[in-house]
Design a protein around this ligand. Sequence first.
Ligand code: ACO
Length: 331
Amino acid sequence: MKSFYRVRIAGTGSYLPEKLLSNKDLEKMVETSDEWIRERTGIVNRHIASDNEATSDLALKASLKALEEAQISPKELDLILVATVSPDQIMPSTACELQAKLDARHCMAFDLSAACSGFLYGLSIANEFIATGRYKNILVVGAEVLHHFVDYTKRETCILFGDAAGAAVLTAAKDYEESCIYSHHMAANGTLADLLILPAGGSKMPCSEEVLKERLNYVRMKGREIFKHAVRTMTDRCQEALDANQMQLSDIDWIIPHQANTRIIEAVAKSLKAPLEKFIITIEDMGNTSAATIPVSFDMAIRDGRIQRGQNILMTAFGAGLTSGSVLMRY
Ligand code: ACO
């Protein structure tokens, strides 16, 4: 479909809970070591939400910063979209909870489940709503409180995940404005769903005593296989973005990859033949925060001055599903 309006990022915001869970803390919980975790994943710390912080609370803090930056009031929003796999509850959506907390008008609000690719899926949907002229201002949030879904007796998974929220406000670009989203490429391969799954708590396997006994209410993962697919799909989505825009890697100022493992990022860099210096890497201090990872990394790099207006940014992610995606924009 022909786009009538170009779409730009008007503002971003992020929030990381105060409490830290370090590798040293994890050494006391499971048989692991700071050295192993650093070498195999690149992670040192994760942020953990407090007992009275739900996903919508984290989302609220990130959203208020993004709205302030965009100079847009919650009343001007046409759509609130929250990408999460750790919603406040199954129903109502975290997006509706957020809408109430923001005191936004009664605009459309819904959650999106695409795991770590969720924020990019959200950008692609928001882009289309604005490009066709249907909506003007959209808040896209990636927010997770994952620690409730992580089994802290399993060293293979508990070392990886943290809690966070990141947000972006998208608006129609004015004619004279250079900054806009150039393209988005999303994909999913449901035949690989079993590689990364939270088996219980839905309609297929409702919560029961058996579920709790077998610890099926926590994330399960085949790490090595995920690793291979992650490298391949993120590389493919990046290449699709470059080809679609007739760009070379030299045209890209920054690449923001999903942060699941430093070695995955290094392997993507190698596979794309891109210098690692082009990558925004935040995993050391926050681990894998699923849908929050990319918007938090984006916001941090904007606020510390690395990302500047007018630069070309390539974002890429993979996640449970298995989903994957890329978004290429001039910020
Ligand atoms: N501490 C010490 N040893 C460990 C730990 C740990 N925390 N975890 C695993 N090991 C051991 C294993 O038991 C195994 O021991 P063995 O050789 O005696 O059997 C050994 O280390 C090697 O295990 P591997 O699983 O082969 O280790 P690998 O190098 O693959 O690293 C890891 C594991 C970090 C999980 C890696 O595979 C990975 O990052 N995979 C991708 C995971 C991912 O991206 N998940 C998120 C997806 S995004 C989303 O949607 C949420």
